[in-house]
Design a protein around this ligand. Structure first.
Ligand code: SF4
Length: 362
């Protein structure tokens, strides 16, 4: 495996060249195993860069950046779009993605440096958690996020953070404090409320109930807080009764807005997802093959039908953003788009489109 030749204990540091395939990583410094979690291995690396520019073509956030302190994710969601990124480390996109976690231990220092050098240019907005989850289990040990937040706020840069990890509760007071200085938006990803189903599809995540309590806590602290229903799983979480229950629960928790997205089955995700589906819901396999005949997107007929169902429900439960909180934090959009769209926000019948307003997540 390419990584075996990249330990710093290895005599020939030229062997590190394999990491050239990994944008922004320069050196593996340490490998950490976790007692009690026999499978999990943390590969501590020194990153060459912290800020990644979001490609203009792939989002509605022109000029926005992301920061990803971790690669791989112990939340282990079967549908995770980020699985493909592990191929570049010679890991597989299934179990290795869930257990071989790359930790950029110097990311705060790199960010500090980049924000003070001119080559990065103007950074209008930073999205955290748009690739892998910044509050997966190991953030409890490495505590990288508070330093990232402070660096961004000191530079006057607004940011959004998206997570399934309830560990973010540790940092909510800090986020509330920084939200008085720069735009801050918090989003919890809660696509599955049913706990049995969650354990099948997101085995490493905290329960939905714990995530909902985190939403409430963020709201209580005055933060702008949303919920991402991403992905909606066809035939599993898309019934009217399921959507109503989910939206009602999310509304009661105090979320200001909801975004949804239908499951995407990208090529590197599809085999793993279908394997899990075969194990837990074999009766749905043929239906999924019909719904995803080619490419990664569900049929347009299905997506239209779901939109017709969910958009009115999102409005019904007042989760279309019209109840956004007292905090000044905007939705996670680049400033230019915020200005362009501010006037339109309240005239829309539903702000909750299928989430083309964020990078494709699933
Ligand atoms: S979907 Fe998010 S939380 Fe789940 S494994 Fe991927 S990065 Fe982690």
């Amino acid at each position: 495996m390419r990584w075996d030749a990249q330990e710093t204990a290895h005599a020939d540091l030229n062997a590190l060249s394999g990491l050239d395939l990994v944008e922004g990583l320069s050196e593996v410094t340490h490998k950490v195993r976790t007692p009690g979690f026999a499978d999990l291995v943390y590969h501590e690396v020194l990153a060459r860069s912290a800020l990644n520019r979001v490609p203009e073509a792939s989002s509605e956030f022109p000029g926005a950046y992301t920061i990803n302190p971790y690669r791989g994710c112990s939340h282990a969601c079967t549908y995770c779009f980020a699985r493909g990124s592990h191929r570049y480390l010679d890991f597989d996109t299934g179990h290795d993605f869930d257990t071989q976690i790359v930790v950029k231990t110097n990311i705060v220092e790199r960010l500090h440096h980049e924000l003070r050098t001119s080559h990065v240019g103007r950074v209008p907005f930073v999205m955290l958690g748009s690739n892998t989850d910044p509050y997966q289990r190991c953030e409890g040990r490495y505590e990288l996020m508070p330093g990232i937040y402070r660096e961004l706020a000191q530079a006057g840069i607004g940011f959004s953070v998206l997570t399934k990890g309830t560990l973010i509760r540790r940092d909510l007071p800090l986020l509330a404090e920084l939200a008085t200085q720069v735009p801050v938006s918090v989003s919890m990803s809660i696509p599955i409320v049913d706990d049995q189903l969650r354990q099948q599809f997101e085995p490493g995540t905290p329960s939905a109930q714990a995530r909902l309590r985190t939403v409430s806590r963020a709201r209580d602290l005055g933060l702008d807080v949303g919920v991402f229903l991403m992905p909606i799983l066809p035939l599993l979480t898309d019934s009217r009764s399921c959507l109503m229950h989910t939206l009602q629960t999310v509304g009661e928790a105090g979320a200001h807005h909801v975004l949804y997205q239908v499951l995407h089955l990208r090529p590197h995700v599809r085999p793993w997802f279908m394997r899990w589906l075969r194990e837990y819901h074999p009766g749905l396999v043929d239906r999924y093959v019909e719904l995803y005949p080619k490419g990664d997107r569900a049929t347009s007929e299905y997506r239209r039908s779901l939109a017709g169902l969910i958009k009115p429900l999102i409005s019904l439960y007042r989760l279309d953003g019209s109840q956004r909180g007292v905090q000044t934090a905007p939705a996670p959009r680049a400033p230019r788009l915020q200005r362009q769209r501010a006037a339109k926000t309240h005239s829309r019948s539903s702000q909750a489109t299928e989430a083309s307003a964020v990078p494709t997540l699933f």
